[in-house]
Design a protein around this ligand. Structure first.
Ligand SMILES: [Zn+2]
Length: 426
């Protein structure tokens, strides 16, 4: 029997190690897009795990969106096989970060530690989570080198841009399927007392309306695509938004506002292209383009979600003179939710309760993350997200991760892996 308290003490003793690993990862400015420095960051992780006896492979997602010789999409997968057969537990973290943006009071890639917090782009989302997982696994293997089964850790590309050069690429090659892997924990920042079971669905689409160009002094001679789009927006306001707000899910989505269906108009542009010098030309707009971002619930079906919008557009086409449109799908993901009774969800929840002495909260993310590929491509149902970062800090200026949270989350991940590998969590 392995003493869980001995594991917790071992991890607590690695406080400086988890801090230094987090800081070293932040110093690789793996900004995506375009996807800078993936190879160096992946090798940093891989070299460390190879020294610990992991078998390490590097996979470049050749041909994936964004993969070029200037910005190759490198991924690292490390596997450590135990002496006896058993389940495989996989920790997956994305190594890419979003651009730093403005508003920082510290250097976003210096990884400064100030008052128990490590600041930097990616500290919270999610290099702190990767470091916590690595240190948790190393501690576990130090005190229990003969654990059955296998442990894997991967650092993957492109999560912030859809994951096609990262988890999706690996999933298509069997890295996230049985029998290779049984349980996946993704240390995304969802707060250290929450176990994230999945995410809402997504449908992005481009909507165009068309008109006829004419002189702006005689708009009656043309037909304004912008006014047609205005009719669409009016119908959204009076019909669609109220209908979506009334749909409530049983999924435990956080924050509470995301328990309803939502639609965001990401952008809209009509008429003359922007960026001209001087004054604009007087023109009736012959085209208008809108990007919509619809997030849907596990109780909804993707075809119904699309039909709500299309029915509204078809009605406008019947009732509004000259109304013509084109609706083009850009991106879609169905909702994903691991049952709270699944072994990985139970193992992590139990570990949260042990470490934090309060029950874990099961949540669902308002937006998607790489679990979608593990679910749909890998067909692996046993996957949750659990990590040390504070969700609200992700992608913000002065992003940070608290050192105490890193240590607590590493203890939770270590205990969860121990439970899954020894069957104690079943
Ligand atoms: Zn993330």
């Amino acid at each position: 029997m392995i003493d869980p308290d001995a594991l917790r003490r071992r991890i607590a003793g690695k406080r400086d190690d988890v801090v230094e690993l987090t800081r070293s990862l932040i110093r690789f400015p793996t900004v995506n897009p375009p996807g800078e420095g993936y190879e160096e960051c992946a090798r940093h992780l891989g070299d460390r795990l190879a020294r610990r006896g992991f078998e390490v492979v590097y996979e470049r997602a050749e041909g994936a969106v964004g993969d070029t010789d200037r910005h190759p999409r490198w991924n690292v997968v490390a596997r450590r096989e135990g002496p006896r057969a058993g389940p495989t537990v996989h920790f997956n973290g994305h190594i890419d970060v979003v651009a730093a943006g403005s508003g920082w009071t510290v250097d976003p890639f210096a990884a400064e530690e100030i008052d128990g917090r490590i600041y930097g782009r990616g500290s919270c989302d999610m290099k702190g989570g990767i470091a916590a997982a690595v240190v948790a696994v190393e501690a576990l293997l130090e005190i229990a080198p003969d654990l059955p089964g296998a442990i894997e850790i991967s650092g993957t590309a492109d999560e912030e841009s859809g994951g096609y050069g990262g988890v999706a690429y690996l999933a298509e090659r069997g890295y996230f399927s049985r029998p290779r892997v049984d349980h996946v924990i993704i240390p995304e920042p969802l707060n250290k007392d929450r176990v994230c079971l999945g995410h809402r669905g997504v449908w992005w689409a481009e909507l165009e309306t068309f008109g006829r160009q004419a002189h702006g002094s005689m708009p009656f001679l043309g037909d304004s695509a912008i006014r047609h789009m205005g009719a669409v927006l009016a119908a959204f306001e009076t019909e669609l938004f109220p209908r979506l707000a009334a749909k409530r899910t049983d999924m435990p989505v956080v924050p509470d506002g995301a328990r309803a269906s939502t639609l965001n108009v990401n952008s809209i542009h009509g008429g003359e292209a922007e960026g001209y010098d001087g004054l604009p030309a007087p023109l009736v707009a012959d085209a208008c383009r809108l990007i919509l971002d619809r997030r849907f619930l596990i109780e909804e079906r993707l075809d119904t979600v699309k039909a709500e919008v299309r029915d509204l557009l078809e009605r406008l086409a019947r009732e509004r003179e000259g109304f013509r449109y084109r609706l083009t799908d850009l991106f879609e993901v169905v909702p994903s939710m691991t049952p709270a009774e699944d072994p990985v969800a139970r193992a992590v929840a139990r570990a949260v309760e042990q470490v934090l002495t309060r029950p874990a909260e099961f949540v669902v993310s308002p937006g998607t993350y790489d679990q979608k590929h593990i679910d749909r491509i890998g067909r692996l149902p046993s996957c949750v997200a659990y990590g040390p970062g504070i969700l609200d800090l992700a992608h913000q200026p002065d992003e940070y991760v608290a050192v105490d949270d890193l240590v607590d989350a590493a203890q939770v991940m270590g205990l969860a892996a121990l439970g899954l590998l020894t069957g104690a969590a079943a």
